[in-house]
Design a protein around this ligand. Structure first.
Ligand SMILES: Nc1ncnc2c1ncn2[C@@H]1O[C@H](COP(=O)(O)OP(=O)(O)OP(=O)(O)O)[C@@H](O)[C@H]1O
Ligand SMILES: [Mg+2]
Length: 458
């Protein structure tokens, strides 16, 4: 049978009644009276203790555990033994604690995952609340703008973000409640960084703006590419315009009557022929470049006999060298084979040798050497010509770049030769290096793996 507080009370009542009866009979004996009172007190004390242990302490333990849960300690549990309703209460509190602990664990994992994503994103991120206080900045943002998270978190955005454009972006995001995109330039002592910032509003469940995320992109590379593209179009147009104007002018003069003079006719036709040739070469070079620049371009692979290839192109070079009394020497290791695209490797030899002869004054020397080294084929073209200054050296592979524009144009050059060479080297997974000293000469070294890695296409 279950012992309830009523039963305990009843027991106590009977006990007092019985002891009261005894008291009335033995009241004369003080000693017995005191003894009975002590016994009565002890019994009462034990009963109170029992009540405390059975009901009050378990409830106090339960309250203490709930307090701990309220303070965020989800590991708190009630361990005190209890029975009946109090036991049920304990079990429910422990169940609630387990659920809370599981939920907080899940939440912690989710927020950690979110923070990892936010921190590792390639764009800078800033979270601003509706009052303008910054709550979060990610690692990329700090690497872009400097400082630590503490320099931004808890501050108003306009106190710590320097650019007016950013302020405007935040204000317009809140004002129009939609994404706002702007760009700005950051200038430090040495360089310029082009930035783009996008403000995106954050809405709560009642569709009210609760804040904004600012996303920062570094668009310097894109700007550079855009400038290169614009430069390229301008250069191509300029290079095309010169021969076309010339052809147009001379043919018009001929048609206007100059063709009747055989001497003038011959001279003008020669110019027209030369200019049209120049146009043809330019267009050919542009086509070669655009073909080589295609991402998925894989050249058709041939087994190239280097000796043979050099012998094929030599007459062209020798003729040009002879016109300037330049001594052309070759030093080619016998029996060398190279896996690559023969048309392109041929073009590479022509472009390098042509440069060596073009930029070497009369009586100079041009040497071509090809050898094998650790399964690589090394091609070296050296001259003792005008050379290139250190500052210009890194630019000679750019399209249309010419050190001395007037001189190159006189030699018929368009400034695409080395850009093409560089691309050919890249598609063959090789390396190119250029050494030069002004008025001393230039050496271009190309290293190709004997067997290229790209797939064969036929
Ligand atoms: N061997 C060299 N010695 C000195 N300067 C050179 C040498 N090779 C290249 N250059 C410089 O580099 C520039 C770029 O060379 P590149 O071959 O790309 O163009 P180019 O010779 O002017 O024209 P082309 O497109 O007809 O080859 C040249 O204009 C020249 O100023
Ligand atoms: Mg050239």
């Amino acid at each position: 049978m279950k012992k309830t507080p009523i039963m305990y009370g009843l027991g106590l009542f009977i006990l007092l009644a019985v002891t009261g009866g005894i008291l009335s009979t033995v009241v004369e004996n003080y000693f017995i009276l005191v003894l009975v009172l002590i016994v009565q007190f002890i019994i009462l004390f034990l009963v109170v203790l029992h009540f405390l242990d059975r009901y009050t302490t378990p409830v106090q333990k339960a309250i203490h555990t709930v307090d701990q849960l309220l303070n965020g300690n989800f590991r708190a549990r009630v361990h005190h033994p209890a029975s009946g309703l109090v036991n049920e209460l304990h079990m429910n509190i422990n169940k609630l604690a387990r659920n809370l602990s599981e939920l907080s664990f899940q939440e912690q994992i989710q927020s950690e995952q979110l923070l990892t994503v936010v921190d590792n994103t390639v764009s800078g991120l800033v979270l601003v609340d509706e009052k303008g206080y910054i709550h979060l900045v990610n690692r990329k943002f700090l690497s872009m703008f400097g400082g630590t998270a503490e320099d931004y978190r808890g501050f108003l955005y306009y106190e710590v973000l320097e650019s007016e454009v950013i302020h405007e972006t935040v204000q317009n995001t809140f004002l129009y409640e939609q994404n706002v995109k702007n760009s700005f330039v950051r200038q430090n002592e040495t360089d310029k960084t082009y930035m783009e910032v996008v403000g995106a509003p954050i809405f709560n469940e009642r569709k009210m703006v609760k804040g904004a995320v600012l996303v920062f992109y570094d668009i310097t590379e894109l700007k550079k590419l855009e400038r290169m593209r614009k430069d390229f179009v301008a250069n191509v147009s300029h290079e095309l315009k010169t021969p076309i104007t010339s052809i147009n002018g001379f043919s018009e003069t001929l048609l206007d009557g100059a063709m009747n003079d055989p001497e003038v006719l011959e001279e003008f036709l020669q110019i027209i022929f030369k200019e049209s040739k120049r146009l043809q070469l330019l267009i050919q070079d542009l086509l070669t470049l655009s073909m080589l620049e295609k991402d998925d371009f894989i050249p058709v692979k041939n087994n190239i006999d280097i000796d043979q290839l050099v012998m094929d192109i030599e007459p062209m070079i020798e003729r040009k060298a002879a016109q300037k009394n330049i001594t052309y020497t070759k030093n080619i290791q016998a029996g060398l084979l190279l896996e690559g695209n023969s048309a392109q490797i041929r073009q590479l030899f022509i472009n390098l040798l042509d440069n060596a002869v073009s930029y070497t004054p009369e009586q100079g020397d041009v040497t071509l050497s090809v050898s094998e080294e650790n399964d690589d084929v090394i091609i070296r073209v050296a001259d003792n010509g005008i050379g290139i200054s250190k500052s210009q050296l890194e630019r000679v592979f750019e399209r249309f770049y010419r050190v001395d524009k007037a001189r190159s144009r006189n030699t018929g050059g368009t400034g695409l030769g080395l850009a093409i060479v560089k691309h050919i080297v890249e598609v063959h997974k090789g390396q190119i290096n250029i050494d030069s000293e002004e008025q001393k000469g230039t050496t271009v070294t190309v290293r190709f793996p004997k067997r290229t890695v790209y797939d064969v296409q036929n």
